[in-house]
Design a protein around this ligand. Structure first.
Ligand SMILES: [Zn+2]
Length: 243
């Protein structure tokens, strides 16, 4: 993926991006467990403390295995489409058993129960990482809203509006990666009885980290920071902080 240098004030995001503690390690956002090999070049990297870095890894494996199991309709590693996730299920039978135990049949369809605290933990972590990397904003406070939903279960208009790019009203911090990614679109208006005029709009489009695996959109419209991402083209997630 295209790597942009941040010209934002990085002092804002010094230290662990999640808790503000010491920066003891660097980690990828999104985490590698949500991507396939070969990994895209120039993955976003942020500083984190050991405690946060280790604290998320079990829940990340859970979320990655859960999504792959839901897509496959099975926790059987041989049925799982992603080799790295199949390997996690092979080497951690306890995790496989836990996901398997939450499996049930509903109207002839295989469903999996979800451990919401674990999913929430990872959705929030990913959103904080994207806000820091893309917008140069540390958002360590609790969000005003956080949800996730399978794309395929969203109504068409809901899905279209989630999927759309955003028109930007107010700019993020000058120099942030998000601002550099904006594309300028020109719209020519010609009223029936008036002069032609040209309107310039800024389009904030999705950042595709890896086809079919992960994409995100980070929005800072002045009043609100909104992070949207889709994991495996299956799970749509949105986290919002309102100022
Ligand atoms: Zn930390």
């Amino acid at each position: 993926m295209e790597q942009l240098r941040s010209y934002a004030d990085d002092r804002l995001i010094s230290g662990c991006v999640y808790c503000g503690g010491p920066e003891e390690t660097r980690e990828h956002v999104p985490s590698r467990v949500f991507l396939d090999k070969p990994l895209p070049e120039n993955l976003p990297v942020l500083g984190a403390c050991w405690s946060c870095n280790n604290g998320f890894s079990k829940d990340e494996e859970y979320v990655a295995c859960l999504i792959a199991s839901v897509i496959a309709g099975s926790t059987d590693p041989d049925q799982i489409g992603r080799p790295a996730v199949a390997n996690i299920l092979r080497r951690t039978p306890a995790l496989r058993a836990r996901i398997e135990s939450a499996k049930c049949d509903q109207n002839g369809r295989t469903q999996f129960g979800v451990e919401p605290d674990r999913v929430r933990n990872i959705v929030l972590k990913l959103a904080r990482g994207h806000a820091a990397f893309e917008l140069g904003l540390p958002v360590r406070e609790e969000p005003n809203s956080l949800w996730w939903h399978p794309l395929e279960l969203m109504a068409k208009d809901e899905r279209d509006s989630f999927d759309a790019c955003e028109m930007v009203r107010i700019f993020g911090e000058v120099g942030s990666r998000g601002l550099q990614r904006l594309q300028v679109a020109q719209l020519t208006l010609q009223p029936a009885d008036g002069q032609m005029s040209t309107l310039e709009l800024l389009i904030n489009d999705w950042v595709n980290v890896q086809d079919e695996r992960y994409r995100y959109l980070a929005i800072d419209d002045g009043d609100e920071v909104r992070i949207k991402f889709i994991i495996s083209e299956y799970l749509a997630c949105q986290v919002t902080w309102t100022s």
